[in-house]
Design a protein around this ligand. Structure first.
Ligand code: SF4
Length: 324
């Protein structure tokens, strides 16, 4: 049962004890077979478009921190080692952010990162948060085993204010990317969700890529906003009505279909996505940034993976212990 919470407006953090196993392979996508770790249930960033907020198991106006996660994970790794089944790599789940703005979450995040790296595993995470100072030196010590990815859709403050106001501001994320690049960590950027008509405009993409190039980013993966009923309800509650109407024009007439694990997903019209991805690729070429289109969220386009590692799945073990 959840213990007493500490207040962070408008969401409460509760410490809970995790009972189920920590290392769970995601059942879909490029990271199939690579176990993912969820440090919290729910996410303090509460982005307007977040698919995970709409899960029935996500607590409302609360985030649960798995207080016993490091001990439980240490024990799982010990048992797996005894059976010769230590995974070569782990990711941190995209259903929560590893670096949420709360000191207790950040402390646990650091502890868990250190634990998996010292156990010889490769690690990838995706964040829109503020990285605590100690993280930079930890990651630098294990640079061959770490693939940091930063979510950044647009460098304009207006986008941040409307869609993800509790995440780190774009200017801070760019500074963090610059530090990660300088440490030799080759950070990649995930431009997701692209908002049709808003963040796929030539000048917005150009401004973003100019900044990414300046801070040393060489790889970007891109995908448009996908709608699900729960995400639509969030957007209707939290976005100005006129803006939502404009966005929905790009989805009009499209069917609800199965995409990834959800049976009720709506994609932006194909010609809109194709045109947008062309813009991203062309601008990427200008700035020497490789652009990948997320294959999982674009099942009607030629498949491209978004693997954080350059290696095919069967070679991932080569990437593991002893290479840090
Ligand atoms: S940071 Fe990611 S997990 Fe957290 S609310 Fe935003 S989209 Fe969801």
């Amino acid at each position: 049962m959840p213990g007493p919470g500490t207040s962070i407006f408008p969401v409460f953090l509760r410490k809970v004890l995790r009972k189920s196993p920590i290392l769970k392979p995601p059942a879909f996508g490029c990271l199939r077979g690579v176990p993912s770790i969820n440090l919290t249930r729910g996410c303090l960033h509460a982005c307007v478009y977040c698919y995970a907020r709409a899960f029935p198991e996500t607590p409302e106006r609360e985030v649960w921190l798995y207080a016993n996660l490091p001990e439980k994970l240490r024990e799982e790794l010990r048992r797996r080692k005894a059976r010769g089944k230590v995974p070569p790599a782990v990711t941190f789940s995209t259903a929560s952010d590893l670096f949420q703005p709360h000191p207790e979450i950040q402390k646990k995040a650091l502890e868990v990162l250190r634990l998996v790296l010292e156990a010889g595993l490769a690690v990838s995470f995706l964040t829109k948060g503020r990285l605590p100072e100690e993280v930079f030196s930890l990651l630098a010590n294990w640079r061959q085993r770490v693939r940091p990815r930063v979510g950044l859709v647009a460098s304009v403050p207006e986008y941040h204010r409307l869609f993800e106001p509790r995440t780190a501001p774009p200017a801070l994320r760019l500074r963090q990317l610059e530090r990660l690049s300088a440490l030799g960590l080759s950070p990649a950027v995930r431009v997701d969700p692209v908002i049709p008509g808003l963040t796929d405009r030539q000048e917005v993409v150009e401004a973003l890529f100019r900044r990414l190039s300046a801070v040393g980013v060489r790889e970007v993966s891109v995908s448009y906003l996908v709608l699900r009923p729960g995400v639509l309800r969030q957007m209707a509650r939290e976005l100005p009505a006129g803006l939502l109407r404009e966005i929905l024009k790009f989805y009009r007439g499209e069917p609800w279909q199965k995409v990834i694990t959800s049976a009720t997903t709506k994609l932006a019209r194909k010609e809109i996505r194709e045109k947008g991805y062309r813009i991203f690729r062309e601008i990427g070429r200008l700035y020497g940034i490789r652009v990948k289109i997320c294959g999982c969220k674009n099942p009607d386009l030629p498949f491209e993976d978004c693997l954080p590692w350059e290696l095919p799945e069967e070679e991932l073990p080569l990437f593991a212990a002893g290479k840090g």
